[in-house]
Design a protein around this ligand. Structure first.
Ligand code: SF4
Length: 261
């Protein structure tokens, strides 16, 4: 049986796609967003989590597809009632392609709805090979300018934008993608960035929902505990007025845009 590395399984998730869901968090991410509030997801191997001077636990565990579904199947009744299912998140689920493909195909065998939450930084052929098993995407769009993307995230964004373009050319996904935009004051919340993102979505006939995710500084403590450096200590969360202003800006051109997951 195929196995992979995850760092959590969250039950009764209501912000990770339609309905009530079980979310499986893959460990490992090729991106290094300055604002990442799950820094424990970035390293693809299990790692020690140290609080103060005490070793508390190891983050990340190897788990088989069968073991994942032992948990996922417990809540099938809630998925059926709410239109929910299973969400594969992270980290970046496509970083463990064999594991993801095996989980997706098992979900389909059990007729469970599937969502993949992705950064989009993955070879198109991998996405394409799994499309028939993916009902819905949560897709992050952070910074449109390639140089800024490189500065704050560590890679350029051409693959991410290219993959989203290809997905939006497939009618099935125009509505079945939620675009998630983290609103990080002075970095992603500039009118230039938001206009470029909006224009890109218009040009590519996007017709799904946009989620605006306000910067959450609560992850800072985790960086310390993991022995990692947090670069955004100086930034405060955006005000609710600012979030509403951004939401209204997207609602001028799209039917669905909400603040939060
Ligand atoms: S893509 Fe997500 S998990 Fe990866 S570094 Fe960025 S915020 Fe963290």
């Amino acid at each position: 049986m195929v196995s992979g590395i995850i760092f959590d399984i969250k039950k009764f998730a209501i912000h990770d796609g339609p309905g009530i869901r079980t979310t499986v968090f893959f460990k490992g991410c090729p991106l290094k967003c300055w604002w990442c509030h799950n820094p424990e997801s970035q390293n693809p191997t299990p790692q020690k989590y140290i609080s103060g001077f005490k070793v508390n636990e190891t983050i990340g565990r190897i788990i088989s597809v069968k073991e994942v579904f032992k948990e996922v199947e417990k809540d099938i009744i809630y998925y059926d009632e709410s239109g929910g299912g299973v969400t594969f998140s992270g980290g970046e689920p496509f970083m463990q392609p064999k594991f993801l493909a095996a989980l997706l195909s098992q979900a389909k065998l059990l007729e469970i709805n599937t969502v993949v939450d992705t950064s989009g930084y993955v070879a198109w052929k991998l996405i394409k090979s799994m499309l028939s098993y993916i009902d819905f995407f949560l897709y992050d769009l952070k910074l449109f300018d390639s140089k800024l993307h490189y500065k704050y995230i560590g890679i350029d964004n051409s693959i991410i934008l290219g993959n989203l373009k290809k997905l939006l050319q497939l009618m099935d996904y125009r509505q079945n993608i939620n675009i998630r935009i983290p609103i990080i004051p002075t970095i992603t919340d500039t009118s230039e960035n938001l206009t470029q993102i909006r224009d890109f979505l218009i040009q590519n006939n996007f017709s799904g929902k946009i989620n605006l995710l306000p910067y959450n500084p609560l992850g800072e403590r985790k960086y310390e505990d993991l022995g990692m450096y947090y670069k955004l200590g100086y930034i405060q969360p955006p005000s609710s007025e600012k979030m509403e202003e951004i939401r209204d800006f997207f609602l001028e051109r799209f039917n669905q845009c909400i603040i939060g997951g």
